[in-house]
Design a binder for this molecule. Structure first.
Ligand code: XMP
Length: 511
């Protein structure tokens, strides 16, 4: 275990992911954790993250110098580097030479940490203070224009640090530096693999569940699919999955859950076909928030019905929740905190469902969930499925949701997705909503006649986490193929437009 001490910038999660990319398990702890709390976790190494402040600013997060006498190898980055320097008697001060962005770094002679690097390379910096003199016992390894000491190490104590951010993609050799520290200097073993994650999870789930019955709501998305597949592997037919088909999914998706997922996992699946119920409840509604509320409410009712029916025969004790590690970190990371994010599940599940939660993905990042899904043999289109909102196509039809409009959008969406996949762009694009402007009509000419049809909007976006996004630069040929096919094959659509708005100010979805 490597513990990443979070000094309050956005970098801690990225660092934790990079450590795991080196096949070493890592977790994040807040900088307020005491040395005793850190020791209790028995880490093999510690990484101190960057942070937004100056080490001398009033109230700046401090490092207890006792941390450096524990004998646990510790690596500081940016703020963590300066905090280490300040705590151990080095000199940190404001230079007036801030470095932000790509910065040339010059590597000196000797030392282990940067031993494999060329003499000059560029690294991503973001700092106002600099280390002027390393603490006693440390060797200065590198410099930059604004950093008299840009990296240092003291191998006798297993301590090292760099002024830059090796975790960001813009830093050359970032992963090399991190792995040299973790593996060569700290002696961590690289055995965190998808197979080991599966083995550990299966064991943990068995220990938690015993011979109790477990329920899981499948959404068609990768998180619930992987969570269910893990629980299935652990406790077999003690698991029952419920899939509420609200009729707002894309073409082929319900069938895929019913057929492919069951075929691969052998899971006991209860399907509730509730399209009529949802459509009925949505009749006459075009306000986005009202749509969401109705869908959330109907989902909960349906799920409760299904759970009640099952409970009558099975006495279900646990509910599977697809909570991911970023949710845990962002909600304070408290052990056992039941953090149900309403945004991530259709409407969120009600508190008064009297189940204990089981969260098999709570230590995993999204890319690890995908790797585990692949390890478990789930189909790649399921593992790499783009995020899809719980309210489904209902929030991609601008206007009232009707069966005809849903069928129309499903056709258009299937073409767009097919062409994106055929162009090999599924992984480059984060999400590719297609939006039907159902209340807008535009004049066109198709075949020999005038048409008065509907426009559809293509909304390809790139993103890291959906919090911010940019519009996806799809190649013109791909856009052309999508546009031509849609207007040729779907009579009611006579115009295809492209959304070129980033988020912010736009959101990814139109409603
Ligand atoms: P926005 O539109 O807010 O979307 O930029 C951010 C991400 O969240 C998804 N999304 C939802 N997911 N229930 C969900 O499960 C919802 O009500 C919902 N609304 C938006 C959206 O697809 C994107 O990935």
């Amino acid at each position: 275990l490597v513990l990443v001490v979070d000094f309050g910038a956005q970098y801690a999660q990225l660092i934790a992911r990079r450590v795991r990319e080196a096949r070493i398990y890592s977790e994040i702890v807040p900088h307020t954790a005491s040395v005793d709390e850190i020791l209790a976790r028995k880490p093999t190494a510690i990484v101190l993250s960057g942070g937004p402040q100056s080490v001398y600013a009033p109230g700046a997060p401090q490092v207890d110098p006792a941390l450096f006498t524990t004998g646990i190898p510790t690596f500081g980055m940016c703020y963590g580097f300066q905090a280490m320097a300040a705590a151990l008697g080095g000199e940190v001060r404001r230079t007036g030479l801030s470095e932000f962005g790509r910065t040339p770094v010059h590597v000196g002679e000797g030392g282990e940490l940067l031993g494999d690097l060329p003499p000059n390379f560029s690294a991503w910096m973001s700092h106002g203070d600099s280390v002027y003199a390393p603490p006693p016992g440390f060797l200065c390894l590198a410099t930059s224009d604004g950093s008299p000491v840009a990296a240092f190490e003291d191998l006798t104590r297993g301590l090292a640090g760099v002024q830059w951010h090796p975790e960001v993609g813009h830093s050359e050799f970032g992963q090399v530096v991190l792995e040299t520290f973790l593996v060569t200097i700290a002696g961590c073993s690289q055995d965190w693999t998808p197979a080991s994650i599966v083995d550990d999870s299966v064991e943990a789930i068995r220990a938690q569940v015993g011979d109790a019955q477990v329920l899981c709501a499948l959404s068609g998305g990768v998180d619930s699919a992987v969570a269910a597949a893990l629980v299935q592997k652990a406790v077999g037919d003690q698991l029952t999955c419920v899939f509420v088909d609200h009729g707002l999914l894309r073409q082929g998706e319900a069938e895929r859950v019913e057929r492919d997922f069951v075929a691969v996992t052998g899971v006991d699946l209860v399907v509730r076909d509730e399209a009529d119920r949802f459509l009925g409840a949505l009749a006459g509604v075009s306000d986005p928030e009202t749509k969401r509320k109705i869908i959330g409410r109907e989902f909960i009712r349906t799920f409760e019905d299904a759970a009640r029916v099952l409970n009558a025969t099975k006495d279900i004790e646990y509910l599977v929740q697809g909570t991911l590690y970023p949710d845990v970190v962002e909600s304070g990371g408290g052990e056992g905190a039941a953090n149900i994010k309403s945004h991530h599940n259709v409407g969120g599940l009600p508190d008064d469902l009297q189940f204990k939660l089981i969260e098999p993905l709570r230590t995993l990042f999204k890319d690890e969930v995908r790797a585990v899904g692949t390890e478990l043999g789930l189909p790649s289109d399921m593992v790499w499925r783009h995020p899809f909102p719980g309210p489904g196509l209902a929030i991609r039809i601008i206007g009232e949701v009707t069966k005809d409009r849903l069928d129309l959008l499903r056709q258009v969406d299937a073409i767009a997705r097919f062409e994106l996949t055929a162009a090999g762009l599924d992984r480059a694009i984060w999400q590719f909503p297609v939006v039907l402007l159902a209340d807008v009509r535009s004049v066109g000419v198709q075949g020999d006649g005038r048409t008065y049809g509907h426009p559809v909007v293509l909304r390809p976006v790139t993103s890291e986490d959906a919090m911010t996004a940019d519009w996806g630069r799809l190649p013109y040929e791909v856009l052309e193929r999508i546009s031509t096919r849609i207007t040729n094959e779907v009579r009611e659509v006579n115009r295809v437009v492209l959304d070129i708005t980033s988020k912010p100010p736009g959101t990814i979805e139109w409603e």
